[in-house]
Design a protein around this ligand. Structure first.
Ligand SMILES: *Cc1c(COP(=O)(O)O)cnc(C)c1O
Length: 192
């Protein structure tokens, strides 16, 4: 990322989407991004974060941006008045102060991810190493990811078919232990 930022001209605005930053930093501290350091070194950068993932507020539609004052001033001119609800704002403020929740949610994510890695190994699928709250299961030619995604959907489990990326793979969001057990069960009955 720094090599990329170094290449850019000073007038090129760049957005660094940190949606998964809490996960990546937990798994590998070398991947931790400190927004204030970035915008100091690269005044043309905006760091964005969200409350939808590690903070557990998906559906509240609340995120934030950190950038130099000139950039924020320019953005404020475009921002619609009252663009988030007061309830959302309250939830986000409370979430920010609950570091223990974020820590626990990220820790559980990676504990549960191990179950997917074990599952994939047992069934002979490849997984792509993940620094996020989802994992990619890749299949050999004997299986079809579109069909797998469709059949899981019929059982009430929504995964993302990655066929459009030219992959025979699905992306599965890591859930609670109960949700993950349901996925393993459904998957096995479909394909064993
Ligand atoms: C989840 C996510 C976001 C933010 O989602 P919101 O719910 O709109 O806050 C941004 N970028 C990526 C890559 C994401 O996965």
């Amino acid at each position: 990322m720094y090599a990329f930022l170094d290449e850019l001209r000073a007038e090129t605005l760049v957005i660094i989407d940190g949606a998964y930053q809490e996960y990546a930093a937990f798994k590998d501290s070398a991947k931790k991004i400190i927004p204030s350091d970035i915008i100091r070194k690269y005044p043309n950068a905006i760091y964005t974060g969200t409350f939808s993932k590690a903070y557990g507020l998906g559906g509240m539609r609340c995120g934030y941006g950190i950038a130099q004052p000139e950039i924020i001033q320019a953005l404020l001119k475009l921002r619609a008045p009252f663009n988030i609800t007061t309830l959302t704002l309250k939830a986000a403020i409370v979430a920010l102060s609950d570091e223990a929740f974020v820590e626990a949610s990220v820790r559980e994510n990676f504990e549960q991810m191990k179950a997917y890695e074990v599952f994939a190994k047992e069934l002979g699928f490849r997984v792509i190493e993940s620094y996020t709250n989802f994992i990619v299961l890749e299949f050999d030619a004997s299986k079809n990811s579109a069909e797998i995604a469709q059949k899981l959907m019929e059982k009430g489990i929504i995964v993302r078919n990655l066929g459009s990326y030219g992959m025979n793979a699905i992306r599965v969001t890591i859930g609670t232990p109960e949700q993950n057990a349901r996925f393993f069960e459904a998957f096995k009955t479909l394909y064993m």
